[in-house]
Design a protein around this ligand. Structure first.
Ligand code: PA5
Length: 463
């Protein structure tokens, strides 16, 4: 394992009364054991098939990469249509592993076509996409686990219709490939009928745990990323997370510390990477943490209304915005810093003659960002605020694979400590059904009645 996890600043020895005591960790051995067993004994079973996603064979990876290259060689733009767990994995890995201004690079400097992940149905966004892509040379990966999601299906209908008009029926089919649950759902049926290439999602891999299944791997293959290293990283993290010693298992330990903090009123979990490439890793984290742990009832059916609200922050940018609140506001947060030891570029601050900033001259931006991360850790710790640091030696396919797998295990362990169903999302499903009803989908007439009776039409509206 390449990542390091430093949780000193979660402990009372660093932050005083708001910290966790070693005796609390040691006194919870039964809870550690049971959370560990719950996750590890169910590895690969039920909704925990995600633990198996990094175990695919090299031959399967080679096939995916060959497919990816065939698209890469002919596409000017590659567009992912998906939302939630069907979009955030592709987005965060794209940002982490390709150039920060990938789409703006001249063609000869780009390793892949221009890449867009369209997860919203803001009509202006769709119109803007159509202004910048050439539909005739663009390829679309429609990703939806259920095959039923309104946002993704509407985008698919619009773009397939345009492709048919631009290229004719036969050629249009070559520009669409679908990632969905094998043998199930509306999109699967239409893909079969139309003859689109289909990549399967195993039935026991849920959206937010699917980044290392075909949901992520197909886009990563088109992006030309080193999938084998990414999966090797994920397997290394899996191994670390299969260690039953809480002091040696980063996901088990940090899940426990977060849950313990949450139970002590720290209801906000801030994810603060110090790298622009990892900015959207915080989005990935926010989804998996919120959607998995925000639950009304526990497994025994008792109302618990659990959850810790995730918030994203970017170092150093948000030092000049949110860090004041983190340092002096309520004691209701745990801040996770993500640091990078070796950045992908080194930028010198020259010994210029300009009579300003002498203290900076001769240093590098690398030294400055690192000093700022450590200083913020120091300031928070001095103010008695819970924080811990995940350190990546560098951002590459392997460390990104480790980090993604860590987030999945940490979330699974946290759900097990809380004794909730980590893998369902009844709140999201309710909204999806209400959308079907409002938009007039057959079979949702009762839901529409319920909705109409619930909506208060004229009360409490200003203007
Ligand atoms: O994690 C989840 O299950 C959700 O966020 C889904 O990924 C999201 O709702 C999209 O669903 P689907 O992939 O079925 O279109």
């Amino acid at each position: 394992m390449k990542l390091k996890f430093d949780y000193n600043n979660m402990m009372d020895c660093a932050i005083g009364a708001h910290g966790i005591k070693k005796s609390e960790i040691d006194g919870a051995m039964t809870a550690h054991q049971s959370a560990f067993t719950e996750v590890i004994a169910n590895s690969g079973k039920g909704w925990q098939e995600w633990t198996e996603t990094p175990m695919i064979s090299d031959a399967t990876v080679d096939e995916l990469c060959a497919f990816g290259k065939s698209i890469r060689d002919k596409a000017t733009s590659f567009v992912v249509l998906g939302i939630g767990g069907s979009a955030l994995g592709p987005i965060c890995v794209f940002n982490a592993l390709l150039h920060l201004h990938h789409n703006e690079l001249p063609k000869e400097m780009r390793k892949a076509p221009k890449i867009y992940v369209e997860d919203n149905v803001d009509p202006e966004r769709m119109a803007s996409l159509l202004d910048v892509i050439d539909i005739k040379t663009s390829y679309f990966n429609v990703i939806t686990k259920s095959g039923e999601t309104s946002e993704t299906l509407s985008q698919f209908i619009i773009l397939y219709n345009m492709l048919k008009k631009a290229l004719g029926e036969t050629a249009a089919k070559e520009h669409i490939f679908v990632t969905t649950t094998d043998g199930k759902g509306s999109l699967y049926n239409v893909a079969k009928k139309e003859g689109f290439k289909i990549f399967g999602i195993p039935s026991g891999v849920g959206g937010r745990f699917s980044v290392l299944s075909n949901v992520g791997l197909v886009p990563f293959a088109v992006m030309g990323l080193d999938i084998k290293s990414m999966l090797a990283g994920a397997r290394a993290m899996r191994k670390a997370c299969e260690n039953k010693d809480v002091y040696k298992n980063p996901a088990l330990m940090t899940a426990f510390l977060q849950v313990k903090s949450m139970q002590a009123g720290k209801n906000i979990s801030v994810m603060m990477p110090y790298a622009d490439g990892l900015r959207t890793m915080a989005d990935f984290y926010c989804q998996i943490w919120a959607e998995s742990l925000g639950k009304a009832v526990d497994k025994a059916g008792k109302t618990v209304n659990y959850g810790q609200t995730p918030a994203k922050s970017l170092g150093v940018t948000d030092q000049h915005s949110q860090v004041q609140l983190y340092t002096e506001g309520p004691y209701d947060k745990v801040v996770t810093f993500i640091g990078v030891e070796q950045y992908g570029a080194t930028v010198d601050i020259p010994n210029d003659s300009a009579d300003v900033g002498d203290f900076l001259k001769g240093h590098t931006l690398n030294e400055l960002i690192t000093a700022e991360r450590k200083s913020t850790e120091f300031a928070l710790t001095k103010a008695g605020r819970s924080n811990f640091t995940i350190l990546l030696p560098e951002v590459n396919a392997e460390t990104v694979g480790e980090l993604l797998m860590y987030f999945m295990y940490q979330t699974a362990f946290a759900g097990a400590y809380l004794n909730i169903d980590t893998f369902n999302q009844p709140g999201v499903e309710e909204g999806k059904k209400a959308t079907f009803a409002m938009i007039g989908r057959k079979g949702y007439e009762e839901k529409l009645k319920e909705l109409n009776s619930a909506v208060k039409k004229d009360e409490y509206i200003i203007c």
